[in-house]
Design a protein around this ligand. Structure first.
Ligand SMILES: [Zn+2]
Ligand SMILES: [Zn+2]
Length: 318
């Protein structure tokens, strides 16, 4: 089968002709119909997040058809967990130390075929074309988990207006919240995009919002944004860091954290998170904006993501 593999950290993905993978016990084989591109893929390529072993097929927002049953499923970042540790048995399988991740510890979806543990696959809601569903599987699920960490905050700031923020804006507005979108300075297309999705206010990330926020989520992998977000939230407010990797956070005065402000991260997802968002998506309904690329062009998609050349999400169609 055709696949695009990471064969050396720091190098672009390379075309490879691999054997069609054979499913083990409890696994299914999928014909990949779409696979979303995520910033985590850039972190894996750049060596900021360690990949278990090379060569590795990246891609962890897989939509595919199960061989045999014909069922259409989604495969997320969380590939498997131990099932018995204190995290797994207390509703926090996202923190399992033995968790394995799609497109990092096992081969992912930048290929014509993939295998997955069927207990970690989600049914894809009817009415979502494959490419529209793919970005829900990481940008949507982990973004939504970050939104849950904001509690009942009314005014939510989103720092970095990419794939996750464009989905989250729709969820937050549907829940009756107000969204404040922060983009890279001068990123006019992202600002127009955020406004078109219903953001109450949009501005560059270094500009304070017109009124204090109740919570903020930092999706951009830029540590400098954390103190900015902290200064934008009111007493009692939370800043949630939604990415797997971020540059170092600069020091800041304790006064910015004082008054019960908090900073936390969000890691991975639980299957419960997945079922929740995929059930909610058609009710809102969430509409994803996607730019599609052929499998052979995955490096173009990654370059465009790095440079911020599209709004919404990038999806590979094998
Ligand atoms: Zn991801
Ligand atoms: Zn566990």
């Amino acid at each position: 089968m055709r696949a695009m593999v990471l064969s050396e950290v720091g190098r672009p993905l390379a075309a490879a002709d691999l054997p069609v993978p054979t499913p083990g016990p409890g696994q299914v084989r999928l014909r990949v119909t779409a696979c979303g591109v995520c910033r985590t893929d850039l972190h894996l390529i750049d060596g900021e997040v360690a990949v278990g072993q090379v060569p590795r097929v990246l891609g962890h927002q897989i939509v595919g058809i199960v061989e045999g049953s014909g069922e259409r499923v989604g495969v997320p970042w969380l590939a498997s967990t131990c099932g018995v540790c204190t995290y797994c048995t207390s509703g926090r399988e996202n923190l399992c130390a033995a968790a394995r991740f799609t497109g990092r510890d096992i081969d992912g979806g930048f290929a014509e075929w993939a295998i997955a543990d069927q207990r970690f696959c989600f049914p894809i809601p009817a009415g979502y074309p494959d490419e529209q569903a793919a970005p829900l599987l990481c940008a949507g699920l982990i973004g939504d988990r970050a939104l849950r960490m904001c509690g009942d905050a009314h005014r939510i700031g989103l720092f970095g207006f990419g794939a996750a923020a464009h989905i989250l804006t729709q969820v937050a507005i549907w829940e009756g919240r107000e969204v404040y979108g922060f983009t890279r300075p001068g990123d006019e297309p992202a600002q127009v995009f955020a406004r078109s999705l219903g953001a109450s206010w949009v501005g560059p990330s270094h500009t304070p919002p017109p009124e204090p926020l109740d919570a903020a989520i930092v999706f951009a992998p830029v540590g400098e944004l954390v103190p900015l977000a902290l200064r934008a939230v009111a007493p009692g407010g939370t800043v949630v860091c939604g990415g797997i990797h971020m540059s170092d956070i600069p020091s800041f005065p304790y006064a910015d954290l004082w008054m019960e402000r908090s900073i936390r991260s969000v890691a991975n997802l639980t299957r419960e998170d997945g079922l929740r968002l995929l059930a909610l998506a058609p009710q809102i309904p969430i509409r994803t904006q996607v730019t599609t690329y052929a499998l052979a062009d995955v490096n173009d998609a990654l370059d465009d993501l790095r440079a911020g050349r599209f709004t919404g999400a990038a999806v590979i169609i094998p």
